[in-house]
Ligand binder design. Sequence first.
Ligand SMILES: [Zn+2]
Length: 319
Amino acid sequence: MFTVPTAVRKLLILSSLPVLIVVVVVVVVVVVVVVVVVVVAAAAAAVVVVVVVVVVAVVVVVVVIVVVVVVVAAVVVFPACGRRFQSPIDIRSSSIRYRPMAGVSIFPSDLKARVQLENLGATVGLTPKGRDILFRGGNLPGTFRLHNIHFHWSNRDRAGSEHKLEGRGFSVEMHIVTHNTKYKNMMQAAGKRDGIHVFLVWLQRAARPNAGLGFVFNEIRRVRTPGAQTNGGLINIASLLPPPTVPYFRYQGSLTTPPCTGNVQFTVFSVPLSISGRQLAQFRLVNLRTATDPYLMTNSRPVQPLDNRIILTNSPYYR
Ligand SMILES: [Zn+2]
Protein backbone atom coordinates (compact mmCIF):
# COMPACT_ATOMS: atom_id res chain seq x y z
CA MET A 1 0.00 0.00 0.00
CA PHE A 2 1.17 3.49 -0.81
CA THR A 3 1.33 6.11 1.94
CA VAL A 4 -1.08 8.97 1.52
CA PRO A 5 0.31 12.32 2.67
CA THR A 6 -1.34 13.61 5.85
CA ALA A 7 -2.44 16.80 4.12
CA VAL A 8 -4.24 14.81 1.42
CA ARG A 9 -5.89 12.54 3.96
CA LYS A 10 -7.09 15.50 6.04
CA LEU A 11 -8.41 17.37 3.03
CA LEU A 12 -10.22 14.26 1.86
CA ILE A 13 -11.85 13.59 5.18
CA LEU A 14 -12.56 17.18 6.11
CA SER A 15 -13.47 18.57 2.71
CA SER A 16 -15.31 17.75 -0.42
CA LEU A 17 -13.89 18.42 -3.87
CA PRO A 18 -15.92 21.63 -4.42
CA VAL A 19 -14.27 23.07 -1.28
CA LEU A 20 -10.83 22.21 -2.65
CA ILE A 21 -11.66 23.86 -5.96
CA VAL A 22 -12.74 27.03 -4.13
CA VAL A 23 -9.42 27.02 -2.21
CA VAL A 24 -7.46 26.78 -5.47
CA VAL A 25 -9.48 29.59 -7.09
CA VAL A 26 -8.97 31.87 -4.06
CA VAL A 27 -5.22 31.26 -4.05
CA VAL A 28 -4.96 31.92 -7.80
CA VAL A 29 -6.84 35.22 -7.38
CA VAL A 30 -4.43 36.24 -4.59
CA VAL A 31 -1.45 35.49 -6.88
CA VAL A 32 -2.93 37.63 -9.65
CA VAL A 33 -3.51 40.53 -7.24
CA VAL A 34 0.08 40.26 -5.93
CA VAL A 35 1.49 40.26 -9.47
CA VAL A 36 -0.56 43.37 -10.32
CA VAL A 37 0.75 45.12 -7.17
CA VAL A 38 4.34 44.19 -8.16
CA VAL A 39 3.86 45.73 -11.59
CA VAL A 40 2.31 48.89 -10.13
CA ALA A 41 5.07 49.18 -7.49
CA ALA A 42 7.77 48.68 -10.15
CA ALA A 43 6.20 51.41 -12.24
CA ALA A 44 6.36 53.72 -9.19
CA ALA A 45 10.02 52.65 -8.74
CA ALA A 46 9.65 52.05 -4.99
CA VAL A 47 12.49 49.52 -4.47
CA VAL A 48 11.61 48.42 -0.92
CA VAL A 49 7.99 47.81 -1.83
CA VAL A 50 9.07 45.79 -4.88
CA VAL A 51 11.35 43.55 -2.76
CA VAL A 52 8.65 42.92 -0.12
CA VAL A 53 6.01 42.17 -2.70
CA VAL A 54 8.31 39.83 -4.67
CA VAL A 55 9.02 37.82 -1.47
CA VAL A 56 5.30 37.58 -0.73
CA ALA A 57 4.64 36.58 -4.34
CA VAL A 58 7.19 33.74 -4.15
CA VAL A 59 5.58 32.41 -0.94
CA VAL A 60 2.11 32.56 -2.45
CA VAL A 61 3.24 30.77 -5.63
CA VAL A 62 4.77 27.96 -3.53
CA VAL A 63 1.47 27.61 -1.62
CA VAL A 64 -0.44 27.44 -4.91
CA ILE A 65 1.81 24.67 -6.18
CA VAL A 66 1.38 22.66 -2.96
CA VAL A 67 -2.42 23.03 -3.00
CA VAL A 68 -2.63 22.00 -6.67
CA VAL A 69 -0.43 18.94 -6.04
CA VAL A 70 -2.59 17.96 -3.05
CA VAL A 71 -5.82 18.32 -5.04
CA VAL A 72 -4.47 16.30 -7.96
CA ALA A 73 -3.13 13.62 -5.59
CA ALA A 74 -6.49 13.50 -3.79
CA VAL A 75 -8.41 13.04 -7.02
CA VAL A 76 -6.01 10.36 -8.26
CA VAL A 77 -5.70 8.39 -4.99
CA PHE A 78 -9.33 8.46 -3.79
CA PRO A 79 -11.44 9.55 -6.76
CA ALA A 80 -14.71 8.43 -5.12
CA CYS A 81 -14.32 10.99 -2.28
CA GLY A 82 -14.90 13.82 -4.73
CA ARG A 83 -17.86 12.22 -6.53
CA ARG A 84 -21.56 12.87 -6.01
CA PHE A 85 -23.89 11.17 -3.52
CA GLN A 86 -21.41 11.08 -0.63
CA SER A 87 -22.04 10.61 3.10
CA PRO A 88 -22.58 12.02 5.65
CA ILE A 89 -25.49 14.39 4.95
CA ASP A 90 -27.70 16.80 6.83
CA ILE A 91 -31.17 15.19 6.91
CA ARG A 92 -33.69 17.97 6.31
CA SER A 93 -37.47 17.59 6.18
CA SER A 94 -37.64 19.30 2.76
CA SER A 95 -35.92 16.22 1.23
CA ILE A 96 -37.81 13.57 3.19
CA ARG A 97 -40.58 11.45 1.62
CA TYR A 98 -42.80 8.88 3.32
CA ARG A 99 -42.69 5.25 2.25
CA PRO A 100 -44.18 2.41 4.29
CA MET A 101 -41.24 0.22 5.37
CA ALA A 102 -41.19 -2.60 7.91
CA GLY A 103 -39.07 -2.79 11.05
CA VAL A 104 -35.62 -4.39 11.02
CA SER A 105 -35.09 -7.79 12.71
CA ILE A 106 -31.86 -9.26 14.05
CA PHE A 107 -30.97 -12.96 14.06
CA PRO A 108 -30.20 -15.21 15.89
CA SER A 109 -33.07 -14.23 18.11
CA ASP A 110 -31.28 -14.84 21.43
CA LEU A 111 -29.19 -11.87 20.30
CA LYS A 112 -26.15 -12.52 22.46
CA ALA A 113 -23.12 -12.18 20.27
CA ARG A 114 -19.42 -12.54 21.03
CA VAL A 115 -17.50 -9.48 19.93
CA GLN A 116 -13.96 -8.24 20.23
CA LEU A 117 -13.23 -4.59 21.05
CA GLU A 118 -10.34 -3.12 19.11
CA ASN A 119 -8.63 0.23 18.57
CA LEU A 120 -8.57 0.37 14.77
CA GLY A 121 -6.52 3.56 14.69
CA ALA A 122 -9.17 5.79 13.15
CA THR A 123 -11.91 4.53 15.49
CA VAL A 124 -12.83 1.96 18.13
CA GLY A 125 -14.63 -1.04 16.69
CA LEU A 126 -16.49 -4.18 17.74
CA THR A 127 -15.85 -7.17 15.51
CA PRO A 128 -18.06 -10.27 15.71
CA LYS A 129 -16.26 -13.46 16.74
CA GLY A 130 -18.09 -16.71 16.15
CA ARG A 131 -21.68 -16.87 15.02
CA ASP A 132 -22.98 -14.71 12.18
CA ILE A 133 -25.27 -11.86 13.21
CA LEU A 134 -27.90 -11.23 10.54
CA PHE A 135 -30.25 -8.33 9.77
CA ARG A 136 -33.49 -8.91 7.86
CA GLY A 137 -36.77 -7.13 7.13
CA GLY A 138 -36.98 -3.34 6.98
CA ASN A 139 -37.32 -3.49 3.16
CA LEU A 140 -33.62 -4.42 2.96
CA PRO A 141 -32.54 -5.83 -0.42
CA GLY A 142 -31.60 -9.19 1.15
CA THR A 143 -30.14 -10.55 4.38
CA PHE A 144 -27.18 -8.60 5.78
CA ARG A 145 -24.31 -9.96 7.91
CA LEU A 146 -22.66 -7.86 10.64
CA HIS A 147 -19.14 -6.77 9.63
CA ASN A 148 -18.31 -4.36 12.44
CA ILE A 149 -19.69 -1.72 14.78
CA HIS A 150 -17.66 1.46 15.18
CA PHE A 151 -18.01 5.00 16.48
CA HIS A 152 -17.43 8.61 15.43
CA TRP A 153 -16.98 11.38 18.03
CA SER A 154 -15.21 14.65 18.73
CA ASN A 155 -14.42 16.89 21.71
CA ARG A 156 -17.68 18.77 21.32
CA ASP A 157 -21.03 17.39 22.50
CA ARG A 158 -22.95 18.63 19.45
CA ALA A 159 -20.30 17.92 16.83
CA GLY A 160 -19.34 14.28 17.27
CA SER A 161 -21.82 12.80 14.82
CA GLU A 162 -21.20 12.79 11.09
CA HIS A 163 -24.83 13.00 9.97
CA LYS A 164 -27.04 15.83 11.14
CA LEU A 165 -30.80 16.14 11.60
CA GLU A 166 -32.22 19.52 10.55
CA GLY A 167 -28.76 21.02 10.99
CA ARG A 168 -28.30 19.57 14.47
CA GLY A 169 -25.36 17.34 15.40
CA PHE A 170 -25.08 14.75 18.19
CA SER A 171 -22.32 13.63 20.59
CA VAL A 172 -21.51 10.25 19.01
CA GLU A 173 -22.51 8.37 15.87
CA MET A 174 -22.53 4.57 15.89
CA HIS A 175 -22.18 2.74 12.57
CA ILE A 176 -23.33 -0.87 12.43
CA VAL A 177 -21.75 -1.96 9.15
CA THR A 178 -23.24 -4.99 7.36
CA HIS A 179 -22.94 -6.60 3.94
CA ASN A 180 -25.40 -8.57 1.85
CA THR A 181 -24.97 -12.32 2.42
CA LYS A 182 -25.19 -12.86 -1.36
CA TYR A 183 -21.61 -11.52 -1.40
CA LYS A 184 -18.82 -13.45 0.34
CA ASN A 185 -17.32 -10.48 2.17
CA MET A 186 -17.15 -6.68 2.40
CA MET A 187 -14.65 -6.47 -0.44
CA GLN A 188 -16.99 -8.23 -2.89
CA ALA A 189 -20.01 -6.28 -1.63
CA ALA A 190 -18.28 -2.88 -1.97
CA GLY A 191 -19.75 -0.69 -4.69
CA LYS A 192 -22.70 -3.03 -5.46
CA ARG A 193 -26.12 -1.37 -5.25
CA ASP A 194 -27.36 -3.98 -2.75
CA GLY A 195 -23.92 -4.65 -1.20
CA ILE A 196 -23.31 -2.63 1.97
CA HIS A 197 -25.84 -1.40 4.53
CA VAL A 198 -25.02 0.80 7.53
CA PHE A 199 -27.42 1.05 10.47
CA LEU A 200 -26.80 4.40 12.12
CA VAL A 201 -27.58 5.27 15.73
CA TRP A 202 -26.92 8.69 17.26
CA LEU A 203 -25.92 8.98 20.92
CA GLN A 204 -26.61 12.29 22.68
CA ARG A 205 -25.02 13.31 25.97
CA ALA A 206 -27.56 13.02 28.78
CA ALA A 207 -27.70 12.15 32.48
CA ARG A 208 -28.59 8.50 31.75
CA PRO A 209 -25.74 6.17 30.73
CA ASN A 210 -26.14 3.92 27.69
CA ALA A 211 -26.84 0.45 29.08
CA GLY A 212 -26.52 -1.45 25.78
CA LEU A 213 -22.91 -0.35 25.35
CA GLY A 214 -21.93 -1.43 28.89
CA PHE A 215 -19.42 -3.95 27.54
CA VAL A 216 -17.67 -1.27 25.49
CA PHE A 217 -17.23 1.07 28.46
CA ASN A 218 -16.07 -1.76 30.73
CA GLU A 219 -13.28 -2.57 28.28
CA ILE A 220 -12.46 0.68 26.50
CA ARG A 221 -9.60 1.58 28.88
CA ARG A 222 -7.69 -1.40 27.52
CA VAL A 223 -7.84 -0.20 23.95
CA ARG A 224 -6.62 3.36 24.29
CA THR A 225 -3.55 2.58 22.18
CA PRO A 226 -3.96 2.01 18.43
CA GLY A 227 -3.81 -1.71 17.65
CA ALA A 228 -4.88 -2.78 21.16
CA GLN A 229 -7.70 -5.33 21.44
CA THR A 230 -9.58 -7.21 24.12
CA ASN A 231 -10.35 -10.91 24.39
CA GLY A 232 -13.98 -10.17 23.70
CA GLY A 233 -17.27 -10.42 25.49
CA LEU A 234 -20.98 -10.92 24.93
CA ILE A 235 -23.14 -8.11 23.67
CA ASN A 236 -26.84 -7.85 22.89
CA ILE A 237 -26.91 -6.26 19.45
CA ALA A 238 -30.63 -5.42 19.66
CA SER A 239 -29.99 -3.37 22.82
CA LEU A 240 -27.79 -1.05 20.77
CA LEU A 241 -30.76 0.00 18.62
CA PRO A 242 -33.65 2.29 19.57
CA PRO A 243 -37.05 0.62 20.21
CA PRO A 244 -38.73 -0.77 17.03
CA THR A 245 -41.34 2.04 17.16
CA VAL A 246 -38.68 4.70 16.47
CA PRO A 247 -38.98 5.83 12.83
CA TYR A 248 -35.97 5.62 10.58
CA PHE A 249 -34.62 7.34 7.47
CA ARG A 250 -33.27 5.49 4.47
CA TYR A 251 -30.95 6.89 1.81
CA GLN A 252 -28.14 5.96 -0.56
CA GLY A 253 -24.68 7.35 0.31
CA SER A 254 -21.07 6.28 0.69
CA LEU A 255 -18.45 5.18 3.16
CA THR A 256 -17.49 8.28 5.19
CA THR A 257 -13.76 7.46 5.21
CA PRO A 258 -11.46 6.94 2.21
CA PRO A 259 -11.89 5.24 -0.23
CA CYS A 260 -15.43 6.78 0.17
CA THR A 261 -16.93 3.89 -1.83
CA GLY A 262 -20.42 4.74 -3.11
CA ASN A 263 -23.64 2.73 -3.19
CA VAL A 264 -23.77 2.35 0.59
CA GLN A 265 -27.32 2.28 1.90
CA PHE A 266 -28.03 3.87 5.29
CA THR A 267 -30.78 3.27 7.83
CA VAL A 268 -30.68 6.25 10.19
CA PHE A 269 -32.71 5.91 13.39
CA SER A 270 -34.38 9.28 13.96
CA VAL A 271 -34.20 9.42 17.78
CA PRO A 272 -30.82 9.45 19.55
CA LEU A 273 -30.03 7.13 22.45
CA SER A 274 -28.36 8.52 25.58
CA ILE A 275 -24.71 8.47 26.55
CA SER A 276 -23.52 9.84 29.89
CA GLY A 277 -20.79 12.45 30.21
CA ARG A 278 -18.62 9.79 31.85
CA GLN A 279 -19.04 7.38 28.94
CA LEU A 280 -18.41 10.15 26.44
CA ALA A 281 -15.17 11.03 28.24
CA GLN A 282 -14.03 7.42 27.74
CA PHE A 283 -14.28 7.82 23.97
CA ARG A 284 -12.33 11.08 24.13
CA LEU A 285 -9.49 9.42 26.07
CA VAL A 286 -8.89 6.93 23.26
CA ASN A 287 -5.77 7.72 21.24
CA LEU A 288 -6.52 7.70 17.54
CA ARG A 289 -3.86 7.39 14.90
CA THR A 290 -3.79 6.57 11.22
CA ALA A 291 -0.79 5.75 9.03
CA THR A 292 -0.62 9.39 8.02
CA ASP A 293 -2.10 11.22 11.01
CA PRO A 294 -0.40 10.48 14.36
CA TYR A 295 -2.74 12.65 16.47
CA LEU A 296 -6.24 12.34 15.09
CA MET A 297 -8.51 14.60 17.19
CA THR A 298 -11.84 13.87 15.54
CA ASN A 299 -12.93 11.04 13.29
CA SER A 300 -16.07 12.66 11.87
CA ARG A 301 -16.33 13.77 8.26
CA PRO A 302 -18.37 16.97 7.73
CA VAL A 303 -21.70 16.80 5.88
CA GLN A 304 -21.51 16.51 2.10
CA PRO A 305 -23.82 17.99 -0.58
CA LEU A 306 -27.20 16.26 -0.83
CA ASP A 307 -27.07 16.30 -4.68
CA ASN A 308 -30.90 16.24 -4.87
CA ARG A 309 -31.16 12.88 -3.13
CA ILE A 310 -34.50 11.89 -1.62
CA ILE A 311 -34.46 10.56 1.94
CA LEU A 312 -37.18 8.02 2.70
CA THR A 313 -38.81 7.57 6.08
CA ASN A 314 -41.24 5.00 7.43
CA SER A 315 -42.99 7.69 9.49
CA PRO A 316 -46.00 9.38 7.82
CA TYR A 317 -45.44 12.45 10.03
CA TYR A 318 -42.48 13.57 7.92
CA ARG A 319 -44.63 13.86 4.78
ZN1 LIG B 1 -18.23 5.04 10.25
